[in-house]
Design a protein around this ligand. Structure first.
Ligand code: GCU
Length: 138
């Protein structure tokens, strides 16, 4: 399998800011989604071949409520409202994994806030392709 890493601060951001005021992020910072439904981060991920992949999003949620994100791949829904539960502090980071299907070539993977609170703080996306997705033989 192959894993590629994509930092949120380098992605395309609609209604969000790159910040670095909470420790524990990787790369140069993280994205603080605006507190609004519809704010999003969109990653461009290139896949050598079409097929299944596993997304792992690293995030922090120092609020007390879920900050769900809708995941689309090339405009098609992959997860309607993936939960990003409270992590206890904005400097406490966790991961959330979800399966998708990628096309060969460039893919637009968008994570859109579905509630008025906006998304969690988003650090990065790891994309695993190939044989070792969860539930599949290696
Ligand atoms: C705080 C926190 C931000 C976070 C925001 C939110 O302001 O410092 O990093 O994004 O809460 O509720 O979304």
């Amino acid at each position: 399998q192959a894993v590629t890493r994509h930092q949120a601060e380098n992605a395309s951001i609609s209604r969000g800011l790159v910040e670095s005021n909470h420790a524990g992020y990787t790369g140069g910072g993280f994205v603080n989604y605006d507190n609004a439904a519809g704010s999003y981060v969109e990653f461009t991920v290139t896949a050598a071949t079409a097929g299944p992949a596993t997304l792992t999003l690293r995030y922090a949620n120092g609020s007390t409520a879920d900050r769900p994100l809708a995941i689309t791949v090339n405009g098609t829904a992959a997860a309607g409202a993936l939960p990003f539960a409270a992590t206890g502090a904005w400097s406490t980071w966790a991961t959330r994994t979800t399966p998708v299907t990628l096309a060969a070539g460039a893919n637009r993977i968008r994570a859109t806030a579905t509630t008025a609170a906006g998304g969690p703080n988003l650090d990065r996306l790891d994309v695993e392709t190939g044989a070792a997705q969860a539930g599949r033989p290696a």
